[in-house]
Design a protein around this ligand. Sequence first.
Ligand code: HGY
Ligand code: MN
Ligand code: MN
Length: 399
Amino acid sequence: MLPVDPARFLDDLNDLRRFGASGVGKGVSRPAFTEPDIAARDWLASRMAEAGLTPHFDPVGSLFGLAEGRSLLMGSHSDSQPEGGWLDGALGVIAALEVARAAREAGGPPVSVVSFEDEEGRFGVTTGSSVWAGNQTLEGADALVDPAGHRFADMRAAFGDRRGDFVDPTRFSGFVEMHIEQGPVLDSTGGTLGVVEAIVGIRDMHMSFGGQQNHAGTTPMALRKDAFQALAAFNGLLQERFANVVAPSTVWTIGHVALHPNAASIVPGRVRFSMQWRDGDTDRLARMEEIIRRTAEEVAAARGMTLDFGPMLGLDPVTMDAGLRGALERAAEAEAPGAWRVMPSGALHDSTNVARLMPVAMLFVPSIGGISHDFAEDTAEADLVSGLNCLARAVAALD
Ligand code: HGY
Ligand code: MN
Ligand code: MN
């Protein structure tokens, strides 16, 4: 096993947490291209250089720490959700850095490190790795707009002349990403490590209902074209119509709702909302899309209201590479005998995109209480170290 240094690893993890520290527990707010995100990447670049790696920003702000010649790529993302945890993405980046350092100290194998930009999708869906992998064109990404109306093209310009070209993916033999589970399975079963078998697919879009803004006191209910009521009816019908299509693991979320004008005494005339759904089966994702579109059209027509669909972004389910996964399984058995399992990922990860370019595999550590995308996200330190040791074992075995 490579001579990883848990104290150095934990110190870097805690240093990274300083950038965008939310002041609530260990939480961070470090969305893509914000000042804390850029400062964190500059700090990561310096740590990569100190580790003997060549820091390289690509055109969208993804940061690579490059080893010479052909190498194994490891990493994740260091941007966060607006209310994010200190480990989502950051754990994979810092663990990769520590394995890369230990590998150099041990005389090999060469390991490169990456922190992808905008994995959390302030603009799209895993935008940085999606562009690198060709799942999204740079022109397409540049046209993306965040909820506040900022354009991706303008925001990525903040990296200025730090940016170089896209890194040639053929210099890497594969990609290994460690990540917190972000779900309840390992935590509730007392597991220490999860070896991922597959990552679910996702569909994500915004929709709008347009009605008639009016007085909340004088407008009879029967005459209203109330955008909130349209959304409520749409959501109610979805639950019914999904019933015989979805599986127990299927998820769907309306996480962002903007009512206009969002005032207590005004019948809302417009609502724009996010519609996101995930499943391990591409056909099921397509059937759900058909139900979503048809149901929204019915609701709008029945109320004499307008309906707009924004562009739909999506990624299909991906299966992990058998060889890399096998190395993680053997390392997990050595590190935590009987305390690991093979499991799917209900969360999306950069590995989904990188799988288009090279073999990928993922390792999970538990999330306390299954909590993530929340300031309260956390993992026991002993589990963080077990994950690092497992990576160190696997990378040594891959050499
Ligand atoms: O939403 C996700 O699955 C990822 O954490 N961005
Ligand atoms: Mn993540
Ligand atoms: Mn996340």
